[in-house]
Design a protein around this ligand. Structure first.
Ligand code: ASP
Length: 580
């Protein structure tokens, strides 16, 4: 039964070596008490509806129907939906729908889910479901419903959304975004045979080799209980997996009545509830620095870390934590961001900053601002209030006026310490003009950055700086460039960099770390170490980063880096020198 369709599938995959494997029938770890009914679209058969109604609790069921995948014109009205499900044996139905992700995060909006025994997610476009609900309370309530033994069913888009890595469209090249992650370690595809989607599922699984690809044909369903899947319906469910060795892919077909084990979700690394990392620039204090000097830097990092920690600990968002943490560092004259920024070649200060949201890949940045007290706040407003990503110079200043953010005279940023180091650098560079940035430059440390994973599973990153001492007027570094000094993607990691900005721009350092995780399936540690040690020059600087599971990394090739980290497992540490 298992191998019935595999010969025909392998023909379609000309050239690709396909290994047929017998389903492993060993019992998987029991991790989910509830049930899933995942339907490949097409006509809903009586058998599928009957099984869903039975799992939902029959006449006693309290069903929430989510029609959000439909287009605006075709959202059914609540009475029609109630009537439809009454005919199917479920009398108590509530319709839940919004396109507004803020609303989906409201306690009152998700109240029906807390009372439900079952949820049905209708078809349409899965990207509409993702845009409204991924990362919101709707998603966490669906997960809670499963934990308390409820059932979630969905057809077509309502099936695709059930995996964490979701195919949003595209064939044969899949467009991948995030789904609800109800069926861990899988990628679900639907209308599978009817729309010839084998190639896109193979591509998706190749990009995410630790996941099991599951292609479900129309009028066919997977009934999932206790990590075990059973096929019901007229056609087939095709399973694509990548073995440890990487090749050949294993593809097998399951027909009506077949059962197979799903990936053990306990094999997924436990995600920390939250994690936060802060940096205060590459470099370190002098070996002979006084205890007071060292303490002042440590206190600066501690105050910032505590602020961000208090926000994520209380369930706040990663974006809010990043912004608030960086504001503290910008206001502290020790750091090269906001007050205490370095001098440029004309004896003034030009500040750069950016922030990025890993949930949406939205970002905001400002470059070369001269009167904005907290550039990170203005960067956030570029993201939230405009359709742009980066505003520079006079335009950014004008935007600051429109937004009524706190303004200061340029001299506000000056400190004696920075003036002295500017004088030293000017003297040195007057004797020996610099045409290429030296990697062995004495560290004008103090750029700041922060990366956060919040309790909703969202990553964010931000960076703020005065740039390099004696930089040319108008020079923009890596800190406000998404992909160079700052990057966040919920599917991989959040990164903030510090060091010789030109090098970080050339090597798109922050984005490259994320891409190695995505395309090579490397860990955060492997990816960050490769980029810092193999792609950059020794002495170029460093990064702080956190991945989607809350793993924290800092990697640097400068002589030390000001850095601090905290997480929900109780970690709280602050480091300055090269100590491990
Ligand atoms: N990366 C910053 C820049 O080049 C400086 C630093 O991190 O110290 O503007």
């Amino acid at each position: 039964m298992f191998n019935r369709r595999s010969t025909c599938v392998s023909k379609v995959l000309f050239g690709l070596i396909v290994a047929l494997v017998v389903a492993d029938v060993s019992l998987a770890a029991e991790s989910r008490q509830g049930a899933l009914v995942v339907v490949g679209g097409g006509r809903l058969t009586d058998e599928i509806v009957g099984r869903f109604a039975e799992l939902a609790g029959g006449p006693e069921a309290r069903l929430v129907v989510i029609p959000t995948a439909s287009s605006d014109g075709s959202i059914p009205d609540a009475d029609a939906i109630a009537e439809l499900w009454r005919e199917r044996g479920i009398g108590n139905t509530i319709l839940l729908h919004t396109r507004d992700s803020d609303k989906a995060d409201e306690y009152a909006f998700v109240a029906p889910l807390r009372d439900a025994t079952a949820v049905w997610i209708g078809g349409g476009q899965q990207s509409r479901l993702a845009a409204a609900y991924v990362g919101t309370k709707v998603q966490s309530e669906l997960q809670a419903l499963l934990k308390r033994g409820g059932v979630i069913g969905g057809s077509s888009a309502g099936a695709a959304i059930q995996s964490g890595v979701m195919i949003a469209g595209g064939n044969p090249v899949p467009k991948i975004t995030r789904g609800f992650d109800l069926l861990p370690n899988t990628i679900i595809d639907q209308h599978f045979l009817q729309r010839s989607r084998i190639n896109r599922l193979i591509e998706a699984v190749s990009q995410h080799p630790r996941r099991m690809g599951i292609g479900i044909d129309e009028s066919t369903a997977l009934i999932v209980t206790d990590n075990r899947a059973r096929v019901i319906g007229a056609s087939y469910v095709t399973v694509v997996t990548v073995p440890e060795s990487g090749r050949p892919l294993a593809i097998r077909s399951h027909g009506n009545g077949d059962e197979f084990d799903l990936p053990d979700d306990t094999a997924t690394p436990q995600r920390k509830k939250w994690a936060i990392v802060v940096h205060g620039g590459a470099g370190t204090v002098a070996q002979d620095a006084s205890v007071e000097t060292v303490q002042a830097w440590r206190n600066g990092l501690r105050a910032a870390l505590e602020k961000g920690k208090s926000i994520v600990e209380a369930g706040g968002t990663s974006l809010d934590a990043v912004e608030a943490t960086i504001r503290i560092l910008e206001d502290n004259p020790l750091f090269n961001a906001g007050k205490g920024a370095v001098f440029n070649s004309t004896g003034g200060h030009e500040l750069d900053s950016s922030i990025m949201d890993g949930r949406t890949l939205d970002g905001g940045a400002v470059a070369g601002v001269i009167t904005v007290k907290n550039p990170i706040g203005l960067a956030r407003r570029v993201m939230d209030k405009t359709r742009h990503v980066l505003l520079a110079g006079p335009g950014a200043e004008q935007f600051a006026t429109e937004q009524k953010v706190d303004r200061v005279k340029n001299a506000y940023f000056s400190t004696e310490r920075r003036r002295e180091s500017w004088n030293r650098v000017r003297e040195r560079e007057a004797n020996k003009p610099v045409t290429r940035i030296s990697t062995a430059r004495p560290w004008q440390y103090g750029t700041v950055g922060c990366v956060v994973l919040d309790a909703h599973g969202n990553l964010a990153a931000g960076t703020s700086t005065g740039g390099l001492t004696n930089k040319k007027f108008g020079r923009v570094g890596d800190s406000p460039i998404l992909g160079a000094g700052t990057y966040a993607d919920n599917e991989t990691c959040a990164v903030s960099a510090t060091g010789t900005g030109e090098q970080f721009i050339r090597h798109t350092v922050a984005a490259q770390i994320s891409q190695l995780m995505r395309h090579r399936s490397w860990t955060l540690k492997q990816s960050a170490e490769y980029v810092l040690h193999e792609r950059l020059n020794k002495g170029d600087g460093g990064v702080i980063a956190v991945d989607l599971h809350g793993n924290i990394e800092w990697v640097y090739t400068s002589p030390g880096m000001f850095r601090a980290a905290a997480d929900s497992d109780g970690r709280f540490d602050i480091r300055i020198r090269d100590e491990k």
